[in-house]
Design a protein around this ligand. Structure first.
Ligand code: ZN
Length: 292
């Protein structure tokens, strides 16, 4: 089962999140028909969003992690709440590129150069927007760069997606370690040594390890505590009411035109591909209600 653990080192030197998001990414593959390289790019972004959203303060907040590269995948948008319920979409889900010489998916070429944007909406004030240039376009390094650049937090970020021969997801997950103020050099060096010798996230997950077992390997020799265990999932919050609001926001002229020319409206949710149909009568009553 998918899990994300929130961990604190007992002396307060660092905190960490360790995630198994295999099912979540598999769900994204099914909904969007993702090619392997699109699954890798989107799966890494969804995993990062699921972890980063856990710092949101309340149910009314949301966090969006967006990758805007000039590569063939186009834009990747992911959105999460504070419970690691994540959704997303990608401009071009069917992109196929040759493997790199090391037989790995070429995520960096598929993403291209561009920006990583983080948008935190509180529902009350203007959203907080942070943006950095993509450094490697492999996403994990770009997220680490964002933490350092925008939040002045030295971080280690690892994100991995392993695609099976049938294009389903064999393993997906990752971890984020963030140094807290006052972390001493000895701890930093030991942490670096652990990360350096650690197997990749997808290797560990494919062996059948779960988030707890990965944490034991990652934090070998450290005294730590698991503060919280979350269950991430692919979950959309669309509804007919939200789609109504989208229709109303088109404006009265546009609505009148749809009623006259099409006699109905069909809207598809970008995030989950659910279809919503509005009959002529429903559209007319929407038009009526938008008058007031
Ligand atoms: Zn939806």
């Amino acid at each position: 089962m998918d899990n994300i653990l929130r961990i604190i080192e007992k002396s307060g030197a660092f905190r960490a999140f360790v995630a198994d998001t295999t099912q979540l990414v598999n769900e994204a593959v099914k909904i969007h028909n993702l090619s392997p390289v699109a699954a890798a790019a989107m799966g890494r972004t969804l995993t990062a969003a699921a972890i980063m959203g856990l710092d949101l303060k309340s149910d009314s907040e949301s966090l969006s992690v967006q990758i805007n590269g000039d590569g063939p995948l186009g834009t990747i948008v992911t959105v999460t709440d504070c419970h690691a319920n994540v959704r997303g979409y990608i401009d071009n889900p069917f992109v196929d590129l040759p493997l790199k010489s090391n037989k790995k998916l070429d995520v960096a070429s598929a993403v291209g150069k561009g920006q990583l944007t983080i948008i935190r909406s509180t529902g009350l004030k203007e959203p907080y927007v942070g943006q950095v240039d993509l450094q490697t376009s492999e996403i994990a390094e770009d997220i680490a760069y964002y933490f350092m650049n925008s939040q002045q937090t030295p971080s280690v970020v690892a994100l991995g997606v392993l695609v099976d021969v049938d294009y389903s997801i064999k393993a997906a997950g990752g971890y984020v370690i963030q140094l807290l103020p006052g972390a001493d050099d000895e701890i930093i060096q030991k942490l670096e040594a652990n990360v350096y010798t650690l197997e990749s996230v997808t290797d560990m997950l494919s062996k059948g390890m779960d988030a707890e077992q990965m944490t034991r390997e990652l934090l070998l020799g450290f005294d730590y505590e698991v503060l919280m265990k979350y269950t991430p999932g692919y979950k959309c919050n669309c509804s007919k009411e939200r789609m109504e609001r989208a229709l109303i926001s088109l404006g009265r002229k546009e609505l009148e035109k749809i009623i006259e020319e099409d006699g109905k409206a069909e809207l598809c949710c970008h995030f989950c591909k659910n279809n919503f149909t509005f009959s002529k009568d429903e559209l007319i009553s929407l038009l009526e209600s938008s008058k007031g």
